[in-house]
Design a protein around this ligand. Structure first.
Ligand SMILES: [Zn+2]
Length: 254
């Protein structure tokens, strides 16, 4: 990744990337990344290998918006981007007023350490949710929510009942949606280089469960594969406005 200097946002994002991408957070250890001001962090749960899954939150509601990245461990561009989002929201208290923003930058820390799609058990977490179209097999798991990482997301949705959800993936270069998310997807596309493209609900996916079955607008941002190589600054320049739009919706983020 490219490096730049003298920015607190850079320090936060770089620390996160170093932790997950180079050194790896050891089991039971929280990321050494600083907590962005105005965001609080708690351990929402643990991975198969006992790595903490950190949940950042800001604002006091009443509307809750949930953003998470890297449920697929080899799709890591969303990690520095979500840290940059938190840093930017520090300057935009207007966007957190009346809202609660929940962010999980790294939903699959064991997969990130391995740079694999699945978790430490080799399960694709994005096929492990209790949707009607779920399939039982070696990569989707032999029962819904068999993995602690997917159970954590399930519990979070039930506890906090977000009004919309953004999930960050790679590499299909589009904005996909599940459930009643079409208008939000087009609104975000107006602030994004990527088009809206309906990919269809995958068996047992988070979008199938939270979007199609629970009726929550779920946006799947599919960045480019090569976005892993972008600096946090360049990631933000490309995708930041669409993330702010997801928070400000239905009003523009300016
Ligand atoms: Zn993915």
């Amino acid at each position: 990744m490219k490096l730049s200097t003298n920015s607190s946002a850079f320090v936060i994002a770089a620390a996160a990337v170093l932790c997950v991408g180079v050194m790896g957070c050891g089991p039971g250890k929280r990321s050494t990344a600083a907590v962005p001001q105005h965001f609080t962090v708690q351990t929402a749960g643990y991975s198969v290998e006992n790595r903490p899954i950190d949940l950042y939150s800001a604002g006091d509601g009443p509307e809750t918006i949930f953003v998470f990245a890297t449920i697929h461990g080899d799709e890591q561009a969303g990690i520095p981007l979500t840290y940059r989002l938190m840093e930017r929201l520090r300057q935009r208290s207007d966007l957190t007023a009346g809202r609660r923003i929940l962010i999980i930058p790294n939903a699959n820390p064991d997969g990130v350490v391995r740079n694999t799609r699945g978790n430490a058990n080799g399960i694709d977490l994005n096929r492990n949710f209790p949707a009607a179209n779920r399939e039982n097999n070696t990569t989707s798991g032999y029962s819904a929510l068999s993995e602690p990482e997917s159970q954590l997301l399930y519990d979070l949705i039930n506890t906090h009942k977000p009004i919309r959800i953004i999930s960050i993936h790679q590499p299909l270069k589009c904005i996909d949606y599940d459930g009643p998310g079409e208008s939000l997807a087009h609104f975000m596309a107006a602030f994004s280089p990527m088009p809206v493209r309906k990919l269809g609900a995958r068996p047992g996916s988070f979008g199938s469960f939270a979007g199609e079955e629970l009726g929550i607008p779920v946006i799947t941002l599919e960045f480019a594969r090569e976005d892993d190589l972008l600096s946090p600054e360049d990631l933000w320049a490309r995708y930041g406005a669409s993330l702010l739009a997801a928070i400000s919706y239905p009003l523009p983020p300016y």
